[in-house]
Structure formats: C-alpha cells, structure tokens
Design a protein around this ligand. Structure first.
Ligand SMILES: C[S@@+](CC[C@H](N)C(=O)[O-])C[C@H]1O[C@@H](n2cnc3c(N)ncnc32)[C@H](O)[C@@H]1O
Length: 275
C-alpha cells in the first residue's frame, strides 16, 4: 500500500546519477502488491521517496549517507532547522567542509552532510584517499532546498524503512519472495568515460559479475527486480536472460552542467509488463 498524499515527496539530497526524471517510467514496473521495496544502491532514493512504500530496505555502501537518513528519520525538524540556519556562502562552505566528521556528534554530521550536499558542485559525493569530502563549492546556484514540511514527510517515509550501510551483495542476500528490488548501480563502462566517483573504490567489472549472479538468485526466489544501467556492451550482456528496454535520458558527461548530452539507458527486469 502507498499512503495517499497530494504531493509527490521530493528527495532532499542532490545526487549524481539521480533517477528523478525517470520516475514516471520506473513507476510502470511498481505495484502496491509487492510486500517490500528494496534499494541496495540508494543514493538520493528518489524512487523510494516518490513511491512511499509501506515497508522498505534501503542500503548504500556510503555509511555517511545512511547515517544521515537515520537522523532525518529520527529528528527531521531539528536537522532541517540547523541546515537552513547555515549561510550558503563560499567561505562558510569551506569551513564546514574542513570540519572533521569524526569529532562531530551524529546530528552535527548529518547537518554537515546535507549542507555540503546542497551547496557542492553538481551534488557529487567524492572523497580523497583519506576519506575527506573534497568536492568544491557550487559556483552557480545549487537550487532551492525542500520545504520543512517536505523534509518532515521524508522523515516519515524513512520511518517505514530499514536502513543499512551495506555493500549490495549483503543487501541482496536478504531479498525474499514478494520483494520488489530497484537497482541503480554506478556505471562501469570500459569503453567510455562516464561518471563513477562515489567514494574510495569505483564499481568494477567484478561487481557487475556479482550483480549478474544476484539477478539470477533473486529471480529464483520469486522476487521482482528492475535495474537501470547505461546502454553499453556491459549492460547488454547483463540483460541477456531478461526483459530489457531502452530509455532516452540526459546525462552529464565529465561532471560539467554545460556538457549534458542525450544518452540511452537500459532497464533490465524480470517483470513482464502487460501491454
Ligand atoms: C547511481 S547512484 C544511485 C542513485 C539513486 N538511484 C538516485 O536516484 O539518487 C549509485 C549509488 O551506489 C552506491 N554504491 C556504489 N558502490 C556500491 C556498492 N558496492 N554497494 C552498495 N552501494 C554502492 C553509491 O554510494 C551511490 O549512492
């Protein structure tokens, strides 16, 4: 069951590779008959926030992101008021960025995470080799933040989700019959340069093999899955045994807003859509 609401909740984070614009197409695969929504590469979780499922498992290997979701779930009003109170200036941004997260309380870390996400270049999450966030300030306007009400609503949606800082392999071991699993991994493409910086180790060909094995296992457990992936040789081989369709998207190449290009993505699924 999806609870009724007049507005579709917006994700409160900006995220490189966000699927926000593709939500209407993705929704065609969803049904409220599924027992649970599972998203192992959550990022901004925009599909989750738009569906507002009754039960969910949200995971991402980015532990700072998952901790932030926990704080938004538990103390949305306090987190929001603190984020909004920080001036959106270049000077303040670099002061916040320089703070050592290990010396902050969980709520301070969540506030810093959201503030940096709101104001950094292109909503990119990237750390240096010592794990420090190193994305520059967004020189052009990063856009308006969600309203306090929208943020509180996001917190309510998160109350219905189990949150885990896990590698996708761990998350997928918990998939069971009746689950709907939406997978939006970073792209591993050998032949082209696409954005794939989400932390210390990039998604690699070994991860794609693992993913392929998990698709088979999920199918055998009677779980439904839907994968979004760049339309490339690697994705077509991932799609071999499943239904797939191409979708036109606009993607930014080389990380620069002015360099956005039309591209294609593949949706790979074991869900048979009736015409
Ligand atoms: C393309 S983004 C997901 C974007 C999301 N669908 C959205 O709309 O915002 C991919 C996510 O996968 C996460 N990730 C990368 N490698 C991972 C792994 N091995 N296990 C779990 N999550 C991983 C990254 O931290 C990133 O948040």
């Amino acid at each position: 069951m999806v609870t009724g609401s007049p507005t579709i909740p917006k994700p409160f984070l900006r995220w490189a590779g966000s699927k926000r614009k593709q939500i209407p197409r993705l929704r065609e695969f969803w049904s409220t008959d599924y027992d649970r929504y599972v998203e192992p590469f959550a990022g901004s979780a925009c599909f989750f926030f738009s569906l507002r499922p009754e039960k969910a498992l949200l995971a991402d290997k980015n532990a700072d992101l998952i901790e932030t979701y926990e704080l938004v779930r538990d103390k949305p009003g306090r987190v929001y008021d603190r984020v909004i109170a920080i001036p959106r200036t270049k000077e303040r941004y670099y002061l916040e960025r320089a703070r050592d997260p290990a010396r902050l309380t969980p709520i301070q870390r969540a506030v810093r995470f959201i503030y940096l996400n709101r104001n950094c270049f292109n909503g990119i999450y990237r750390t240096n080799l010592s794990g420090q966030f190193n994305v520059p300030f967004a020189t052009s306007k990063a856009g308006a933040f969600v309203t306090r009400d929208e943020f509180i609503e996001a917190g309510k949606s998160l109350q219905r989700a189990t949150l885990r800082p896990w590698d996708f392999g761990t998350t997928l071991r918990y998939v069971r019959e009746g689950d709907f699993v939406y997978l939006d991994p970073p792209y591993f493409v050998e032949s082209r340069r696409v954005f794939r910086e989400y932390g210390e180790r990039a998604f690699c060909s070994h991860d794609l093999c693992r993913l392929s094995e998990h698709l088979e296992k999920m199918h055998n457990r009677n779980a439904a899955f839907l994968v979004s992936y760049a339309d490339c040789r690697e994705a077509r081989s991932l799609a071999e045994n499943w239904f797939s369709c191409r979708m036109r998207v606009r993607r930014h190449v080389a990380g620069f807003t002015g360099d956005r290009k039309a591209a294609y993505e593949l949706l790979i699924t074991n869900i048979e859509l009736s015409e």
